[in-house]
Design a protein around this ligand. Structure first.
Ligand SMILES: O=C(O)CCC(=O)C(=O)O
Length: 202
């Protein structure tokens, strides 16, 4: 039985969004959070907006197969080789959902001031209508989506161990963000598993 039946699609139109709460059980999620916090190559990153370098308000790192090169926000990202834990998480998600990924963008929100602005994941390397599986570990944070035309906004308070899957035409018609929080927040890790289509395999 699929974990993503159409009747569980939470997007009211123009795309698919599935929220699998407690996809990873709390003790395992605790362990993964600690290991990933301590061992991933967290780094500050600058992106180019209107020709200016701007520091993003969170730490990031990019892991994947050697050919999973990803260019976003004006920056070319060469993947680091898979760590043992990232590979194990990828395999769990792939097996349970029947999907396939070759890379993961890891984000570390250090506190409530760290955030992610409105955007859609629609770089050409992802192809049309990408499937993106997004795992949350650590502090609860709001994940917000907004329809490009109707401006409808939907909020999802993502918690420790939750998996969100975006699919279909969602990236074409909706943007998403993780807003700053006025309430103090402890760290949160988010892993977005993606499939990069390399030049060799279009
Ligand atoms: O942190 C999240 O839940 C969202 C991350 C995100 O939007 C992205 O990596 O593109």
């Amino acid at each position: 039985m699929t974990l993503l039946p159409q009747e569980n699609n939470l997007a009211p139109l123009d795309g698919e969004l599935y929220w699998l709460q407690t996809f990873i059980e709390p003790r395992e999620a605790d362990r993964l959070f600690r290991v990933l916090l301590d061992t991933l190559a967290w780094a500050e990153e600058e992106i180019v907006i209107a020709g200016k370098a701007v520091r993003v308000p969170r730490l990031v790192c990019w892991y994947g197969d050697a050919d999973a090169v990803y260019r976003y926000s004006g920056v070319r990202h060469e993947p680091l080789p898979w760590s043992e834990e990232l590979l194990a998480i990828r395999q769990t998600i792939e097996e349970q959902l029947g999907l396939s990924f070759n890379s993961v963008l890891a984000n570390l929100y250090r506190d409530g001031n760290d955030s992610m602005g409105w955007h859609a994941d629609k770089e050409k390397e992802l192809g049309r209508d990408p499937v993106i599986a997004s795992l949350s570990l650590g502090e609860e944070r709001l994940f917000r989506i907004r329809h490009n035309k109707t401006r409808q906004i939907l909020d999802f308070p993502l918690r420790h161990g939750d998996l969100l899957v975006m699919a279909g035409a969602l990236q074409q018609h909706w943007r998403h963000c993780v807003p700053k929080s006025r309430v103090p927040k402890r760290p949160r890790i988010n892993l977005t598993f993606r499939r990069i289509r390399s030049a060799a395999a279009p």
